[in-house]
Design a protein around this ligand. Structure first.
Ligand SMILES: Cc1cc2nc3c(=O)[nH]c(=O)nc-3n(C[C@H](O)[C@H](O)[C@H](O)COP(=O)(O)OP(=O)(O)OC[C@H]3O[C@@H](n4cnc5c(N)ncnc54)[C@H](O)[C@@H]3O)c2cc1C
Ligand code: HEM
Ligand code: HEM
Length: 414
């Protein structure tokens, strides 16, 4: 931990919370507008998380950031509570290759934004206090990020920076989902990821003259030390996913940074596991299921997946084959919108179901909900329903693990 903040700094930060609460979204809008004036910094961010950066509305990210800064300021005396948030942020930053040299840009933009919005109330002591608070958190993050960078670079098959991977296979999994198998161009081994972790890609979707975009894709296989597989849903109107579907071919080279993420199957699972996914949220689950099938075949495991119907449902045959020879693995699939040819008991186990998926009652009856580790991944409404529902059903927070395919704060803020 860096040098603790002084009592005076804490007092000032806390005293300015009410004023910031009134202007939170304006401050973050102003901050992002300043930050994105630098095209190198703007290129680090996923611009679709900022639908109108600096403009009206400001986007969910600006609101989430405002909420977050305020949350931090309110809890400035209890920073221990930041522990798991720090790990999540550090993992995300490492995947995106955020480096110490980037932190001053954010400091400058944040302080200028506070000054701009607060006007006369932003006295030098106020700005100093916020500067100290920012750098306190920045040092916590930079220190953790350095540890992760070093560990990943030093591990068997690990690397630092962007490594070239060749697309070894391209597999159409459903009408909307396609997998890519990726092998390193240098022919060396690859880091054995933890099942559930994601890769980060630098993709030249707008051609060589424009900044590449950065996107995360979960690894959809267990670790094998030689290659990775990602499984991508086409987002209509998106930058990266249609490009991966339509423009990338076997033999092409993609730039990839090492596996990252704090959502993964426990190394030694201690109790039954329930995997719950919706749509393309199946990708980390399939990696976990393969890992369980291979390394913990005696572990009671329930995999429950919701899809629209057989046309969009990916990797079903693979999942069923894994379960077929392992009596401890149970699979149930739910279709929200079955096709004419889809039949319960043949293509899927139940449906049509409302609101996307299985109910908590179904889970309570058919799975050991109270005594299991529950891993969830899926679209926003799905995660909100279950993360809140499970908590209300009395499942302990320590049993609930989830991944959202976007910034976590956006999930809760939206
Ligand atoms: C940890 C993690 C793991 C992930 N794993 C997977 C995975 O395994 N498989 C997978 O398919 N995806 C995964 N994702 C999601 C993935 O990273 C991308 O977000 C996804 O592929 C969409 O990217 P895109 O570039 O195609 O779309 P984007 O360009 O990011 O756009 C996304 C959507 O927003 C809309 N949009 C874009 N810009 C605007 C705008 N200005 N105003 C309004 N709407 C706009 C687009 O039309 C589109 O529908 C993961 C994400 C995270 C964070
Ligand atoms: C004093 C400075 C800051 C503090 C204390 C702070 C703290 C936090 C915290 C605690 C969260 C919520 C984490 C979670 O629950 O997952 C958060 C969210 C976030 N913060 Fe900050 N933050 C600060 C500055 C910044 C800056 C400068 C950036 C810009 C790069 C930033 C980017 C984000 C983003 C992108 C999110 C998530 C937003 C989203 O999910 O859409 N934060 N912040
Ligand atoms: C104290 C400083 C910072 C804090 C508290 C912070 C916090 C966060 C948080 C909470 C997230 C979201 C994690 C998630 O839930 O997915 C995030 C993501 C991110 N951060 Fe930071 N951050 C800081 C500094 C920086 C810096 C210096 C940069 C680079 C200039 C940066 C770039 C990013 C990017 C690009 C993302 C991903 C956003 C996206 O999905 O579009 N952050 N950060």
């Amino acid at each position: 931990m860096p040098q603790p903040l002084s009592a005076a700094t804490i007092a000032i930060v806390k005293a300015t919370v009410p004023a910031l609460a009134d202007h939170g979204p304006a401050i973050t809008r102003a901050m992002y507008a300043r930050l994105f004036q630098d095209t190198h910094i703007a290129a680090l961010f996923n611009q679709s998380h900022h639908h109108t950066p600096g403009g009206e509305g400001g986007g969910a990210q600006a609101k989430a950031l405002a909420d977050a800064i305020l949350g931090y300021a309110r809890n400035i005396e209890n920073l221990g509570a930041l522990g798991s948030a720090v790990e999540r942020i550090a993992q995300k930053h490492v995947g995106l290759r955020i480096l110490p040299e980037h932190y001053p840009f954010v400091a400058t933009a944040l302080l200028a934004a506070i000054q701009e919005v607060l006007g006369d109330a932003a006295t030098p002591p106020v700005l100093n206090a916020w500067g100290e608070a920012y750098w306190f958190l920045a040092r916590v993050l930079m220190a953790r990020e350095q540890v992760i960078y070093d560990a990943v670079a030093g591990a068997e098959g690990g690397w630092a920076g962007w490594r070239d991977f060749i697309v070894a296979e391209k597999i159409v999994e459903s009408a909307v989902i396609t997998s890519l198998v990726l092998a390193p161009k240098d022919g060396g081994p690859v880091l054995r990821h933890k099942a559930g972790q994601y890769l980060t890609f630098l993709l030249p979707v707008h051609g060589a003259n424009q900044a590449p975009v950065r996107r995360n894709y979960s690894i959809s296989t267990a670790a094998n030390g030689r290659s990775y597989r990602i499984t991508v849903k086409r987002e209509v109107g998106g930058a990266a996913s249609p490009w991966l579907h339509d423009r990338v071919a076997v033999g092409d080279v993609l730039q990839v940074s090492p596996p990252a993420g704090d959502f993964f199957l426990a190394e030694r699972p201690q109790r039954p596991v329930i995997l719950l996914s919706g749509g393309v949220g199946l990708t980390p689950m399939v990696a976990m299921l393969e890992t369980i099938a291979d390394r913990h075949p005696g572990l009671e495991t329930h995999y429950i997946h919701g899809a629209a119907n057989s046309a969009t449902h990916a990797l079903d045959g693979h999942v069923r084959a894994l379960a077929a020879t392992r009596p401890h693995i149970k699979v149930a699939t739910f279709y929200a919108d079955p096709l004419a040819g889809d039949a319960v008991g043949v293509s899927h186990d139940a449906g049509p179901v409302t609101r996307g998926l299985v109910t908590l009652d179904w889970l309570r009856t058919n799975t050991p909900l109270a005594g299991a580790d529950i891993y969830l991944c899926g679209p926003k409404p799905f995660l909100r329903t279950f993360v809140t529902g499970l908590a209300q059903a009395g499942v302990a927070a320590s049993q609930i693990h989830y991944e959202f395919f976007g910034p976590a704060e956006e999930l809760m803020a939206a």
